[in-house]
Design a protein around this ligand. Structure first.
Ligand code: GLU
Length: 534
């Protein structure tokens, strides 16, 4: 009697085991082709890559949530898609969907995630696969991604571009400015709505010349963005046409996965050449914070005159609670405008109306410094979120500097798809079979030929390398009448430098001249320098 009972028990145990295995396998299969992501349905799907989280430390792939570079930019893509889907002129009868992934600000992690985008193109023929009961298996078909918006960091875009080109998936970045990406033989499916850093480096040289400085140091984050940016700056600064040129006192590099000591060492090194106080900083956000923090630790706030690249721009996260050390910094940002429609969209987002963003609850907790659930990972507060908090009222909100470019990149993709649909499906209102089977090469051609007025009413165009023209706004992080310093627009660079206001360093004001005439030999006493405006 005992034997049949045991066998029956074992049988049901096996069934449970198999069911669990199958479920686990299914989840795993789902995970491989669709990891944690934002997904909206549409006849055509765009991929999106955003640094929703910073790099993790101590082996963890992902770290803290990035409110500006991550959440705001991701929402800018969702906003642009909503606008396009409501527009009856642009892509009529076609809904654009999205599959948005987190890069965790790390090239290798982004590469893994991006396999999702190519999954539909490498799905094997399973027609002869049968389950043990003879039935054909049910496969969840991954959606085909026609183009990808992203990524932010140059190194991430480079890594992802290498795989997307193999599958002919066009990519448009809203922030990657690394000069390397202009190489149209290696990155032929890559385009961007921001200018390459060769222009940004020229703008920096021109700023230094206008201020009459001739002795500067540089700091770069290890990788294509920082190193190549500084390389372009060094090259241009040596070029003739300026009496004496610009001498580089020190060229420092912050390694990947830096420790506190790396930043401290960099500051100590900079202090060795004390007459060079101007420091060009071409670094990612984490490194900017690291360097400013180390300056504070060394008690040298106010000593350095920072000139920060676009990754500093007008962001608050790299300087948060380090404002005193950042005061005086001159920063650069590709020319842009604040998009009013986005402000309205973003500040109206709530936990109820924004369920499509899988990272929104985490953002909510971070933004309002509260906990939604008792199981929340946020440990630095016990305050409960009410859900009634409002962005911009209960928390500070300022539009991040590259929101416009995210919107422009999505529109560039939409305009290209629109024109392609008109040519390939002349008598068909939606996506016709010719368009379904069209190669990515075809879409790329339409992207490169597109020209339209972007979200800020400025033209969006690509040159033969897929780059946008070099246009920048210049800012200085200045003390204002209120107690907190602010970024103030001080000029622009469009082929040449135009400074329209005076720059303040330390106690005195430095009136900058854009005449390019060298006026003082070094920056040793920049606090006392007064350069006359022309
Ligand atoms: N331009 C930077 C890069 O190419 C990214 C800056 C940003 O994300 O704001 O790495």
């Amino acid at each position: 009697m005992a034997r049949p009972v045991l066998i029956a028990k074992l049988g049901s145990l096996w069934r449970v085991f198999f069911l669990t295995r199958t479920l686990l396998d299914l989840t795993r299969a789902q995970e491989t082709y669709a990891p944690h992501s934002v997904r909206t349905e549409g006849q055509l799907t765009l991929g999106g890559l955003f640094p929703v989280h910073a790099r993790g430390v101590d082996g963890a792939p992902c770290g803290d949530l990035k409110k500006e570079n991550g959440i705001q930019r991701l929402e800018a893509m969702m906003y642009a898609l909503d606008q396009i889907n409501q527009d009856e002129q642009l892509l009529p009868n076609i809904t654009l969907g999205a599959r948005v992934l987190d890069t965790c600000s790390r090239d290798t992690y982004a590469l893994e995630q991006s396999l999702t985008f190519v999954q539909a193109l490498i799905t094997k023929d399973t027609s002869d696969v049968r389950c043990t009961n003879g039935e054909p298996p049910v496969f969840v078909k991954p959606e085909k991604v026609v183009g990808v918006i992203g990524a932010s960091a140059g190194s991430v875009s480079i890594m992802v571009a290498n795989i997307l080109r193999l599958f002919q998936i066009p990519q448009i970045s809203y922030a990657s400015t690394a000069p390397e990406l202009s190489d149209d033989r290696r990155y032929d499916f890559f385009s961007r709505v921001v200018p390459p850093d060769s222009f940004q480096a020229q703008a920096m040289v021109d700023i230094i010349r206008a201020l009459g400085w001739s002795y500067v140091s540089t700091i770069a984050s290890e990788g294509s963005y920082g190193e190549k940016g500084v390389e372009a700056f060094t090259q241009l600064s040596k070029e003739a046409g300026y009496r004496g040129g610009i001498c580089i006192a020190q060229s420092l590099k912050i390694p990947h996965n830096p420790k506190l000591e790396d930043y401290d060492k960099a500051i100590q090194q900079l202090l060795e050449t004390q007459h060079s106080r101007a420091v060009i900083i071409f670094a990612n956000e984490e490194d900017i914070r690291g360097v400013l923090n180390a300056t504070k630790r060394a008690n040298h706030g106010g000593h350095f005159l920072w000139i920060g690249s676009d990754s500093w721009g007008t962001k608050s996260s790299p300087i948060h609670q380090l404002e005193d050390v950042a005061v005086g910094a001159i920063t650069i940002l590709p020319k842009r405008s604040s998009i009013k429609g986005f402000d309205e969209y973003f500040t109206a987002l709530t936990l109820e109306n924004n369920r499509r963003n899988v990272w929104f609850a985490e953002f909510w907790e971070e933004n309002f410094n509260c906990r939604l659930l008792s199981t929340s990972k946020k440990e630095d507060t016990t305050r409960k979120c009410t859900g009634q908090e409002r962005i911009g009222i209960d928390s500070k909100y300022e539009q991040e500097g590259k929101v416009q470019f995210v919107i422009d990149a999505v529109y560039a993709m939409a305009h290209a798809l629109h024109n392609m649909q008109r040519d390939l499906c002349p008598d068909h209102p939606g996506v016709c079979p010719q368009m379904e089977s069209a190669e990515g090469k075809n879409l790329l051609k339409y992207i490169r030929n597109s020209s339209f007025n972007g979200s800020a009413a400025t033209p969006v165009v690509f040159n033969k390398n897929g780059d946008a023209p070099g246009r920048y706004d210049l800012f200085q992080f200045q003390m204002t009448n209120s107690s907190m310093p602010e970024y103030k627009g001080v000029g622009q660079w469009v082929e040449t430098l135009q400074l329209r206001t005076c720059l303040c360093f330390g106690a005195s004001e430095v009136k900058a001249s854009s005449s390019h005439r060298p006026q003082q030999a070094d920056t040793a006493a920049a606090g006392q320098l007064v350069l006359l405006c022309q």
